[in-house]
Design a protein around this ligand. Sequence first.
Ligand SMILES: Cc1cc2nc3c(=O)[nH]c(=O)nc-3n(C[C@H](O)[C@H](O)[C@H](O)COP(=O)(O)O)c2cc1C
Length: 386
Amino acid sequence: MLSCVADYRIAARKRLPRLAFDYLDGGAEDGDALRRNTDAYRQWLFKPRVMTDVSQCSIATRFFEREAAAPLIVGPTGLNGLFWPCADELLAQAASRAGLPFVLSTASTSLLEDVRAAAPGADLWMQLYVQQDRGIAENLMRRASVAGFSTLVLTVDVPVHGKRDHDTRNGFALPLRVSRRLLADCLRHPHWCWQMARYGAPQLKNIAQSVGERADLSRHAAMLSRQMDLTLGWTDLEWVRRHWSGKLIVKGVQGHEDALLAAAHGADGIVLSNHGGRQLGSTLSPLELLPSIADEVGHRLSIYVDGGIRRGSDALKAVALGARGVLLGRAPLYGLASRGGAGVTDVLALMMNEMQITLRLLGCNALAQLGPRCVERAPLHHGSED
Ligand SMILES: Cc1cc2nc3c(=O)[nH]c(=O)nc-3n(C[C@H](O)[C@H](O)[C@H](O)COP(=O)(O)O)c2cc1C
């Protein structure tokens, strides 16, 4: 019986070849930012109230006037088809069933139109990477708008890809070279292998569609990593606004100056994010930045946070410190990689259950009752954790 996200991580590690698991799980360089993201949540401890009547407890919230069952968003992750066939459709369906938004990556392995068809009632958000050929982004925005995506998440922390040594060691650099070691690794994971043989290797279908070419993973992944628009700047939010009339969130903000600039240039929200520790090897954790940035710009735009959230209680700490909601990256992917759509459903349900339990134990009936008074920062205790 799998009872927490950590259990799903172990199950995902068992089912995936090393190359795929490390791509999912790993961080940049020595993994300092990745570790710091999860450690940061352990530095904040709860200060519960008692005897408060928690009979009407609800974790429901709203993102831009739309109801959500919890302050959770299934965040954008690229190349999901490497973990399970039709992964983006399964993630969107599980999020929708749970009453949560799903953010589809530019590097998705399903067409955005297919994801919409698979989850007609879902609150779908579109994540955008801007490449040198701005026509690709314009095409994606147009198609996402026609397909009824409500919100655009402009990711700005990937002018180049971070240095991920595990991917290089595993031979995951694109174009993919099938070495003997890679083959042996794949054969040790027969279920994954069988699925790849049956459904074919994942493709970056949205990119392929936007450039009007046949799907070709190596070509389009290389394009995505080498042809980012390095000139992208804050004034380009006006260009985005000309092509996108829905809500606009800037993802990848990691400091006060940029949070203020996002507000000044009219973003509806920001995601404090270090890309799950996959870009710079050493950064502060987004949670460490949250309290002061929420103080400074929280009244001007919605603040979201991600990185290292593995428990429902982590999400509530972020809300207590000023986040409107949190994005989940790896957590739902562990569910997906171990049991497909059912695994995603389980992970979301267990995290929401943890939130219900925690909110009641804090003596609160609603998220609005959470605030900085509910948590206290304590020095991290370096115990015997392995
Ligand atoms: C496998 C993987 C692929 C990702 N791909 C994207 C992407 O295509 N676009 C994006 O904006 N963020 C991407 N991210 C970053 C996530 O959206 C999110 O910021 C990060 O995973 C949050 O940290 P967590 O995994 O600790 O929850 C990816 C993350 C992972 C783990």
